[in-house]
Ligand binder design. Structure first.
Ligand SMILES: Nc1ncnc2c1ncn2[C@@H]1O[C@H](COP(=O)(O)OP(=O)(O)OP(=O)(O)O)[C@@H](O)[C@H]1O
Length: 724
């Protein structure tokens, strides 16, 4: 494009007049920023010692007049959205001040004044896809404390104005344009005094764009609303009262379209923008200005100086009436309504929430702790004694546990053992039976046996090795019980055996707690039940919360007045229903279906599982507040799953761990004492008064509180509801 510098130079008088007409004295500002700087730190490289900085706002000034439309224009990435977020208090800025209706934003935040006077339409549509049009109006309307009737009337009006689908239409089934219009409608719902719209007309047809601009015009000039709007369609901003051209983090021009048209002597706004950019580039590079001297002298209105005396820092223009209670019942109910609908509408997720405990507990009970069966083992019996002890021992080996395979010789059996076809090979020496009997009769030590049973093991599976060893000893015991003791009299006569009871050195009496045969399932079940409820809760809250944060839903709720504590309570309340159902599923399967013995209080177990569920919820929330992106949050959840499971003594006693680990780390984990507590209730019938049981609850609550504090601190201060 060729630029005609005379176009601008010829308008000297007009420039001066317009500049004067926009001077700060005569104007009343709704929104102002002074010297605002925003830096993003991009730590993309893990091994980079210092993070790279990018200055997105560079001591920028912006002045949005009351009841006017201010269009903020600029190339993609110049910092428009960043500026809007700083003005809304969604992003921290390094330097400068923001004033809303003469009142400092810091002051508003500090005094917890409701920022609900602001309406904000984010660049992303930011809608809950599980809700219908009517429901999303109801949700945001309730956040603004509107009555149901008011919401209804406004909804009908906005549906007509913006050509929205009917109120029963699901957001998830909307086209991109419909969703964008619905998002715009939400920002208009409570008739805010200051409306900030980030590209509201993107993707809309020209007719609808015109309709929206006409509506905005009415809103500003008839209904006294201040509008700050960004758009990529420069030509549509003709209807604005003021245009702010932004480039490289600064507003390079801020004036009315009429003034700029006259100043640059062109009707095409895009040309004007191009001209001003060119001008700025030349100014920056020190080259001669293409615009006339007069234009160079012109002081853009964004350089209007701030008169801080005008601004009373302690002044609260919003009035005392806007001070709210710490938690608003209306907003809490609105959030519970929204979270419940989200939960109920997402049928697949709901089914998964119930299926996960069913699957995990069922497979745990089916796969863990049961006796192993049908293990292939081989034997070579070379024993040719008259006292057929070897045959009796082999016969007594439990056929359910061992599948005994006879081998004619050692070599063939050993080869199968090497090939992994059998787990063990027993090779019985010649004259084994007679040897045993002889020693026994002489009351000599079995250490002196010459002929024995050689056991060759594949010892790579501890549980299988233990099962084989146990079966061998059991078979020997059975032989003693069944044959020797039964034939006691006969053999006693024949061999003069006086006492066989010295086979039995130890007698295990009825155990004080637990069953005669310790069952591994009973040992592991408490930890498994607790970890299932803990980790389902972590995963569901962490990913849901992080998703809402990432896509800007939390930001939007915040601008509508929602507080962190309300979001937190709503999540805890909605998920507690889900969790209660999960707890009953888990306990029903363990005790009802798989018949685990329950000695203690069912109510205490329900209480302990629910407490662990809440601990998991708060852990999930704290992860969502610390990390960015659902993938990262899920990865961290998974990464913490095994260490917690392994260190908490769920699978293997913590007594087996090195002392430094068990005493200083494992015992402090949220699941360790809780697992012990569960075991004590389950098998020992200990009450809450018992220290072990009490500690389980205590440590669970301590962790819950700690996680919630982390969440509240991180979410409220560090991330400030923003995506990063
Ligand atoms: N959270 C962030 N972390 C790091 N850099 C960011 C972040 N958000 C924005 N930026 C960078 O800041 C710059 C300005 O972004 P911004 O979204 O404000 O631009 P914009 O003018 O609104 O662009 P567009 O018109 O395309 O929406 C961009 O270079 C962007 O990459």
């Amino acid at each position: 494009m060729t630029l005609d510098t005379n176009h601008c130079s010829g308008e000297q008088t007009l420039i001066k007049q317009s500049t004067t007409s926009l001077s700060s004295e005569s104007r009343d500002f709704a929104l102002r920023a002074f010297n605002l700087s925003k830096i993003f730190y991009n730590g993309s490289n893990l091994f980079q010692s210092s993070k790279s900085k990018s200055v997105v706002l560079n001591r920028i000034n912006i002045n949005v007049e009351k009841n006017k439309i201010y269009a903020l224009l600029g190339p993609s990435g110049c910092g428009k959205t960043t500026l809007l977020k700083c003005l809304l208090g969604l992003l921290k800025y390094e330097h400068g001040k923001v004033f809303i209706n003469q009142d400092s934003l810091c002051h508003k935040r500090k005094n917890k004044v409701n920022l609900g006077e602001l309406g904000y339409m984010p660049q992303e549509t930011c809608l809950y896809s599980e809700l219908t049009v009517g429901e999303i109006f109801f949700y945001f309307g309730k956040l603004y404390s509107m009555s149901s009737k008011e919401i209804n009337l406004r909804e009908q009006f906005l549906i007509g104005l913006l050509n929205l689908p009917d109120s029963k239409h699901l957001i998830a089934n909307m086209s991109g344009g419909q969703a964008r219009r619905t998002s715009l409608a939400i920002s208009l719902l409570n008739r805010p005094k200051i409306l900030i719209l980030d590209e509201p007309t993107v993707g809309l047809d020209p007719m609808l764009r015109k309709k929206i601009w006409d509506f905005l015009d009415n809103l500003a000039h008839r209904d006294n609303t201040t509008i700050l709007i960004t758009t990529h369609y420069i030509e549509e901003t003709r209807g604005a009262d003021c245009l702010g051209f932004m480039r490289e983090g600064q507003i390079i021009e801020e004036n009315s379209p009429e003034f700029l048209i006259k100043k640059c002597n062109t009707q095409i706004l895009e040309d004007i923008f191009y001209l001003i950019c060119e001008n700025q580039t030349k100014e920056c590079s020190g080259s001669e200005n293409f615009v006339s001297e007069e234009l160079t002298e012109y002081q853009p209105s964004n350089k209007v100086s701030f008169d801080f005396d005008e601004i009373d820092e302690n002044q609260n223009t919003s009035g005392e009436s806007e001070k709210k209670f710490f938690i608003s019942f209306n907003r809490l109910v609105a959030n519970i309504y929204k979270d419940s609908l989200k939960c109920l509408r997402n049928k697949k997720l709901l089914i998964i929430q119930f299926l996960v405990p069913i699957i995990q507990i069922t497979f745990f009970c089916l796969c863990i702790g049961r006796p192993v069966k049908n293990l292939p083992v081989g034997y070579v019996n070379n024993d040719n004694s008259s006292f057929n002890l070897s045959g009796k021992i082999i016969d007594e080996m439990d056929n359910e546990i061992l599948n005994k395979i006879f081998y004619k010789n050692f070599d063939s059996g050993y080869q199968d053992l090497k090939l992994g076809k059998i787990w063990s090979l027993f090779v019985i020496d010649q004259n084994f039976g007679n040897d045993v009997l002889e020693l026994y009769l002489k009351k000599e030590n079995f250490k002196n046996l010459n002929n024995i049973v050689h056991v060759y093991m594949d010892n790579t599976n501890q549980q299988i090795s233990l099962a084989i060893r146990n079966t061998l000893f059991e078979s020997l015991k059975k032989v003693a019980d069944k044959y020797i003791t039964n034939d006691h009299r006969r053999w006693n006569d024949k061999y003069n055996i006086s006492n066989f009871d010295n086979f039995y050195i130890f007698k295990f009496e009825q155990p004080v707690y637990g069953q005669r045969e310790a069952v591994f399932t009973n040992f592991m079940a408490p930890g498994i039940a607790l970890s299932v409820i803990f980790f389902i809760s972590v995963a569901s809250t962490a990913s849901n919360f992080e998703f809402e944060k990432r896509v800007g839903l939390t930001e939007r709720a915040h601008i509508s007045g929602v507080r962190t504590i309300e979001l937190l309570l709503s999540q805890l309340i909605v998920y507690s229903f889900l969790m209660t159902a999960q707890v009953f599923i888990i306990l029903g399967l363990l005790f009802g279906f798989f018949k685990l013995p329950l000695k203690g209080s069912f109510v205490l177990l329900v209480g302990l599982l629910l407490s662990q569920g809440f601990c998991g919820l708060s852990y999930g929330l704290s992860l969502a507040s610390i990390f960015y992106g659902e993938e990262t949050v899920i990865q961290v959840t998974l990464a913490s799953f095994y260490p917690i499971l392994l260190m908490s003594g769920i699978i293997w006693p913590i007594e087996a761990q090195p002392t430094w680990l068990s005493n200083y780390i494992s015992k402090l984990l949220p699941l360790t004492y809780a697992t012990d507590s569960f075991r004590a209730i389950l098998e020992k019938d200990w009450s809450i008064g018992n220290e072990k049981v009490f500690k389980g609850f205590l440590v669970t609550y301590a962790w819950t509180i700690l996680f919630l504090i982390v969440f509240l601190v991180m979410f409220s201060h560090k991330s400030k509801f923003t995506n990063r």
